[in-house]
Write a protein that binds this ligand. Structure first.
Ligand code: SF4
Ligand code: SF4
Length: 244
């Protein structure tokens, strides 16, 4: 695995300790909030738009750049950076992150990266790397923790759960067999995963149909539960793309 990783990535076991701490006293404080491509997951957008009390459509318009490049299967949503000569994150302030409570998963997990690998027996396993970049001085701090402890401390569980719920869609076998979404399916992808408030409205108005009756949790989603709505959106896309 290490052969395919960038130089700054160092594989680490889930229960292996490493020294690291990030706090306002580090000399590099907020350095990692600049000059970065910050891809947002659907759950990141859910948390941020609720933090800012914005309709998801307004959030996308204000803070997100949607990119879909040749060769990519699905589009990527990037957080806007400010044109201040340092390409700073739109949410970074002198005292730190202005959306800290609901900051995106990539910000929470840094400098630990997590990936999922499917074993031959079909089970999935978590893999971790430490991203040691020259600007990050947190590795000079003494507190130690394992990747699992670090993720717990950063309250990443709901983020990881939501991201894992996407895997049946993003890693569907029909994609390996050549499925590629068309233009209207790309719009459906953004609607159901990133523009949740609009998706809810379209469901309520009957413009979106599921091929089976909604269960109690899905009805809860329509009544305002965004976490459940995201799961419903994934199910709808599986239905629309793969006939699931
Ligand atoms: S969202 Fe917050 S933690 Fe993440 S890059 Fe922006 S300011 Fe930094
Ligand atoms: S560069 Fe590293 S230590 Fe510095 S603020 Fe970012 S995560 Fe913390």
């Amino acid at each position: 695995m290490s052969e395919q990783l960038p130089e700054s990535f160092h594989p680490v076991a889930a229960d292996e300790s490493f020294s690291f701490s990030c706090h306002p006293g580090v000399p590099c404080f907020t350095e990692c909030c600049r000059q970065l491509d910050l891809a947002l997951t659907p759950y990141d957008v859910l948390r941020l738009k609720n933090h800012l009390k914005l309709h998801s459509g307004v959030f996308l318009e204000k803070y997100v750049i949607i990119a879909w490049e040749e060769g990519q299967i699905f589009p990527t949503c990037y957080l806007t950076m400010v044109d201040d000569g340092r390409e700073s994150c739109v949410f970074v302030e002198k005292k730190g992150c202005s959306v800290y409570q609901d900051r995106p998963s990539a910000c929470r997990s840094y400098p630990v990266g997590r990936g999922m690998r499917r074993r031959k027996n079909g089970e999935t396993e978590e893999l971790f790397v430490l991203v040691r970049e020259p600007h990050c001085r947190g590795f000079e701090e003494t507190p130690t923790q394992t990747p699992l402890q670090y993720f717990a401390d950063q309250e990443l569980e709901p983020y990881n759960q939501a991201n894992d719920a996407l895997l049946p869609l993003l890693q569907h076998r029909q994609i390996r067999q050549g499925f590629r979404p068309d233009r209207s399916q790309l719009d459906q992808f953004i609607l159901a995963l990133y523009n949740l408030d609009m998706f809810r409205q379209e469901m309520a108005d009957g413009r979106i149909k599921m091929n089976r009756p909604l269960n109690a949790l899905e009805l809860q989603a329509l009544a305002g539960d965004d976490e459940q709505l995201l799961l419903l959106g994934i199910r709808w896309l599986l239905q629309e793309f793969f006939g699931a």
